[in-house]
Design a protein around this ligand. Structure first.
Ligand code: PLP
Ligand code: TYF
Length: 398
């Protein structure tokens, strides 16, 4: 029965992580998979998370199933984080949120929902985008198209080209936007550009799906939500896939959310029954622990403040590493201009390193970077910066 089955290709990012683990080089550096690391190269459990877990350990009385959509105080806290406390979407109950296993779970449920209820829709993703986007949407049979985003020569957002491609997207199609900290380029639209995109969305009549995996890693929790909030000033409907893997460091607890915004609360309720149906036939109901932790933190002023300060620390460290990287490259004699890296947001930078240079860094120096040249800046530390920049100087000159 199984003899005809061929091996699937490895995930380009997670596969790189496996290769890194197997590499015996004691000086190896992992700038591949998008996981936050501290100055010691560890992926820590946040103090706010530990404290919430201590409380939960004492409070938890049952392992009974959660409802299909997850716990109520998690669902409401996610909406406050997305829209802001006093937003009319909340007071008018125009949105419904389900806890999903991670941001990927949210994307997958969204994909099934779109396929079932907007069967003619093509989904448009930026060029480039997170490697898994295309696979998730194709796995439910959706057509996936791409829109212009990045100008490789100037290493900037090609906004004119982006507008031009999105002006071709017909009414009823779906366009995926990265809410902030675009993966892989680290380049986001400015507030003015979000405004123009929102107006275009309204004019064209396409549906925006926001993938929001790095809230708080760009500028701040509120600033990072500005893109989607600007859209909601101009369009009445939206899908949002949230991930709390990065901003709570809850990678393996699989905690995310799918939120649907509709024109009326009746429509939101009705559409949400179909989202719940997608969940029921998929994994029935979500895992408990991660959302209990997030709800405990978001609904408690003290834990919230601790979490926000820890998030600030992560963001500030990445910004510092960006500047140090640019300066150290210069100090190691690299003349090529890398200053664009300090302007980018979130964990990732598109370095402009070529596939050959990426391969050389891996083979000769044990430095792991995604083939596209995407660097996880959070993998840099004061300790590995000099050898990293020396290696890059050597492959650029070579
Ligand atoms: N979307 C983007 C843009 C991401 O970078 C990631 C990374 O993990 C995800 C979604 C998936 O998040 P999760 O790990 O919570 O499934
Ligand atoms: O882009 C990244 O590195 C993160 C982590 O299939 C990730 O988003 C990478 C690949 C994948 C799942 C998560």
């Amino acid at each position: 029965m199984f003899e005809h089955i061929q091996a699937a290709p490895a995930d380009p990012i997670l596969g790189l992580n496996d290769a890194y683990k197997k590499d015996p080089n004691p000086n190896k550096i992992n700038l591949g998979v998008g996981v936050y690391k501290d100055e010691l190269g560890h992926t820590p459990i946040l103090k706010a998370v530990k404290q919430a877990e201590e409380r939960l350990l004492l409070q938890e009385k049952s392992k009974n199933y959660l409802s299909i959509e997850g716990r109520p105080n998690y669902r409401s806290a996610v909406q406050t984080l997305l829209f802001g406390k006093d937003h009319q979407i909340i007071s008018k109950q125009l949105a419904q949120t389900a806890h999903t296993p991670g941001g990927t779970g949210a994307l997958r449920v969204a994909a099934e929902f779109i396929k079932k209820h907007l069967p003619e829709a093509t989904i448009w993703v930026s060029n480039p985008t997170w490697a898994n986007h295309q696979s998730v949407f194709q796995s439910v049979g959706l057509e996936v198209g791409s829109y212009s985003y990045y100008n490789a020569d100037s290493k900037t957002l090609d906004f004119e080209a982006m507008l031009a491609s999105l002006s071709q997207v017909p009414e009823g199609d779906v366009v995926l936007f990265h809410g902030c900290c675009h993966n892989p380029t680290g380049i986001d639209p400015t507030p003015e550009q979000w405004y123009q995109l929102a107006k275009l969305c309204s004019k064209q009549g396409f549906l925006a799906l926001f993938d929001f995996a790095y809230q708080g890693f760009g500028q701040s929790l509120n600033d990072d939500a500005q893109g989607l909030r600007t859209f909601l000033d101009h369009v009445p409907e939206m899908l949002i896939a949230s991930s709390f893997s990065k901003n709570f460091g809850l990678y393996n607890e699989r905690v995310g959310a799918l939120t649907i915004v509709c024109e009326t609360s009746d429509q939101a309720e009705s559409a949400f029954t179909q989202i719940k149906r997608c969940i029921r036939t998929n994994y029935s109901n979500p895992p408990s622990h991660g959302s209990a932790v997030v709800a405990e933190i978001l609904n408690d002023a003290e834990l919230y403040a601790l979490w926000e300060s820890e998030l600030d620390t992560m963001r500030t460290r990445i910004h510092e590493m960006r500047s140090l990287f640019v300066n150290t490259l210069r100090a190691k004699g690299v003349n090529q201009d890398f200053s664009f890296i300090s302007q980018q947001q979130g964990m990732f930078s598109f370095s402009g390193l070529t596939p050959d240079q990426v391969a050389q860094l891996r083979n000769e120096f044990g430095i792991y970077i995604v083939g596209s040249g995407r660097i996880n800046v959070a993998g840099m530390t004061h300790d590995n910066m000099a050898p990293l920049c020396e290696a890059i100087a050597s492959v650029i000159k070579g």
